[in-house]
Design a protein around this ligand. Structure first.
Ligand code: ATP
Length: 366
């Protein structure tokens, strides 16, 4: 296995700048996710690492070796795509072919096919033709074939996207187990935040060809460095509201949100008169009785606009002087008769769960 260094990589296709000065370091044995919306440049970056695409600018290193000009066939990587491309033969042969081309003897091939099939969980369908197996099993065969190549690096491009929702959840858990046993460097491209958050050691969040943040799942979820990262992660994404920093209060339009002196002094000393406050829907406590200000919490008065039942939780849309935000409520602590559309509510947020962002560049201040 190898470490991977992406050093100031840019890529243009005509007028489209798919990657803008991307730098990343992926450690040996790390499960690293590249997460972002469609078109943000994830696949282009993966193809550049594989050697299938040349960067317009920048270099790629495997350990200390500069591989930027090394052809794909000799980079020793295995790629698994969203749309598997299997040989039209049995599952067994699909796994055996890469082993044979590595020069293993027939008995070694047989032993290894059985080992890999067991690891991936397809030992019972080895004799089946790939045309006759389920989509989830096909993706497992593609993974087994990638493992058979025994590469120094695995590149996975949305391997679960093609699966139905139930198979996806099962395969996600399977992938986690397989990675633990493989202990190999894996770079995993996805637009699905749950996959990235549950599988990866670290995540790079991308938007419009730029890496907005790199961190552990907890870091990127709890402390987004940009508005985009906060908004993109979470169900629903982080709430952002513009607020005025006054000498001794923080206000949304005319309404006071915070009275914590240290907060305004700090923001004003940095020259901010307006900020974006960011907070997650699940950190808000909603009440129909007025909340008083006390140290360590912010209070936003508002009116309930919409109440939605999402299956395992409720989402309440609250409006406060034109600003809208979402509150997430556990059904056990919520009865739909208790909070109704049109009602006045007080929403409290612990101060340590409120983040401040610069409205000019959308970057986190604190
Ligand atoms: P998706 O999840 O939809 O595949 P992505 O994040 O993987 O999206 P890329 O496929 O890397 O994004 O594409 C990034 C940008 O580069 C897009 O605007 C895309 O249209 C453009 N692009 C990618 N490959 C090419 C190409 N071969 N020729 C022209 N433009 C391309």
């Amino acid at each position: 296995m190898v470490s991977v260094k992406i050093d100031s990589v840019s890529k243009s296709f005509g007028n489209v700048q798919a990657l803008k000065n991307v730098s990343l370091e992926i450690a040996n044995g790390e499960f690293f996710a590249i997460l972002g919306p469609s078109g943000c440049g994830k696949t282009t970056l993966l193809r550049i690492i594989a050697g299938l695409e040349k960067p317009t600018k920048g270099r790629i290193f495997f350990d200390e070796t500069d591989v930027t000009d090394v052809p794909a066939e000799i980079r020793d990587v295995s790629m698994v795509f969203q749309f598997y491309a299997l040989y039209p033969t049995t599952v067994y042969n699909n796994i055996a072919l890469p082993l044979k081309s590595r020069g293993l003897s027939p008995s070694q091939v047989h032993e290894r096919v059985e080992e890999i099939a067991k690891l991936v969980g397809i030992e019972n369908i080895l004799n089946a033709h790939v045309d006759r197996i389920s989509v989830a099993d096909k993706q497992k065969v593609a993974l087994a074939r990638a493992i058979a190549k025994q590469p120094q690096l695995y590149l996975l491009d949305e391997p679960l996207t093609i699966l139905d929702p139930v198979s996806r959840v099962i395969m996600r858990a399977e992938l986690k187990r397989i990675q633990k046993e493989l202990k190999q460097t894996i770079i995993y491209v996805t637009h699905d935040q749950i996959e990235a958050l549950t599988l990866a050691d670290r995540i790079a969040v991308m938007n419009f060809g730029v890496v907005e943040q790199v961190g552990t799942p907890l870091q990127v979820y709890d402390y987004p460095e940009t508005v985009f990262v906060g908004w993109f992660l979470g169900e629903p994404g982080m709430n952002f509201i513009e607020a005025n920093v006054e000498p001794d209060v923080l206000k949304i339009s005319g309404k006071t949100v915070l009275r914590e002196r240290e907060v305004f002094e700090d923001l004003r000393s940095k020259g901010y008169e307006r900020v974006l406050i960011g907070f997650r829907a699940e950190h808000v406590k909603i009440s129909k009785t007025p909340s008083t200000y006390s140290n360590g919490k912010g209070v936003i008065e508002g009116v309930v606009r919409v109440v939605e039942f999402m299956g395992t939780y409720y989402v309440v849309d609250v409006e406060s002087d034109g600003a809208e935000f979402k509150v997430k409520i556990d059904p056990r602590s919520f009865s739909s008769s208790s909070i109704k559309e049109g009602e006045k509510v007080w929403c409290t947020i612990p101060l340590d769960k409120i983040l401040f962002f610069d409205p000019n560049n959308n970057k986190r201040i604190n």
